[in-house]
Write a protein that binds this ligand. Sequence first.
Ligand code: PLP
Length: 400
Amino acid sequence: MKVTRATFNDVMVPNYNPAKMIPVKGEGSRVWDQDGTEYVDFAGGIAVNCLGHCHPAMVNALTEQGNKLWHLSNVFTNEPAIRLAKKLTDATFADRVYFANSGAEANEAALKLARRWAMDKHGAHKDQIVAFNKGFHGRTFFTVTVGGQPAYSDGFGPKPGGVEHVDYNDLAALEAQMSDKTCAVMMEPLQGEGGVISPDLEFIKGVRALCDKYNALLIFDEVQTGFGRTGSLYAYQQLGVTPDILASAKSLGGGFPIGAMLTTAAIAEHLKPGTHGSTYGGNPLACAVAEAVFDVVNTDEVLTGVKAREELFKSKLEELNQRYGIFKDIRGKGLLIGAELSDDYAGKARDFLNAGAEEGVMVLVAGPSVVRFTPSLIIPEADVLEGLARFEKAIAKIVG
Ligand SMILES: Cc1ncc(COP(=O)(O)O)c(C=O)c1O
């Protein structure tokens, strides 16, 4: 059956408005569409394809597991899930893992666990969740309400209660909001969707101290920052601040849907049998792929390679900026890079995304004025240079 982009509008719910072309094949950091046009992929499926497209280790893991066992439900456990959980707990602060299928579900589990922990240990009054303006935690009704972009949560009727927001990097505002009623603070250790905003070190240390003071849990949403994206397995490992609960997804599966919530044994105890669950969470196919991704990503070679690629990317973007003067800031950590457009181009990030696609390079936006780059963690230097050469053509077109 021949399908085109026009077919999309006839058969799909219109909540997405995808690009005109339809990608059909990917290899490493290159993608081809139905017409055979080639693109350099600096988007990586929104920070998902951490090993590029069709990495042999992932293809092998999926094929091997696909010939063994696909699914059983959580009435039974399975070897890939236990092995993956062991690897994740050995490599992090966590002692226990809950598997989900997406970032939103990992965060949903984190929020429910925090509420249950607080209710069990301190009583029903301790229900306040504090999160940050511009934060993004997913699209379930709880996570989108905790996210700090009301445009995403408005218009669906009454929202889950007990959720407050303050500005990121504003410790005084957080302190003013918190009390013994605070059950948890949820934050990204670098805001992705909100514009690629890094936390001040003092701020993030202060958040931890306030959580300790008020006996509240600190939840790090590492759905975007995790799994090597910032140059360590998780971003918290470079910040010197350890959360109580951590949500992981996106790069965890490298393109296969999986999410995970990591926490300590003492906190995990509060999700007793029957309190939470998912049909597919911990599915053997997903866990086998994630295990293969872990084995590649959690190595010095890949993690130091992220830092080298970050330097290359940022220095080349600076060069572009010297020639065209279009950015007022180039920021981010590892391969989560944001280039904020100068005032003349404010609000036009999507024009750059579209012009890039026309020139054969896929980039992302993070809000109206930030162009975002989240390529494969192992993107070859030649692809970085080629993609940025194409992006320069896109810039030249817009600047005129
Ligand atoms: C920080 C963060 N949390 C959660 C999510 C939601 O993940 P998912 O779309 O897999 O539900 C995203 C997705 O962009 C994200 O960037």
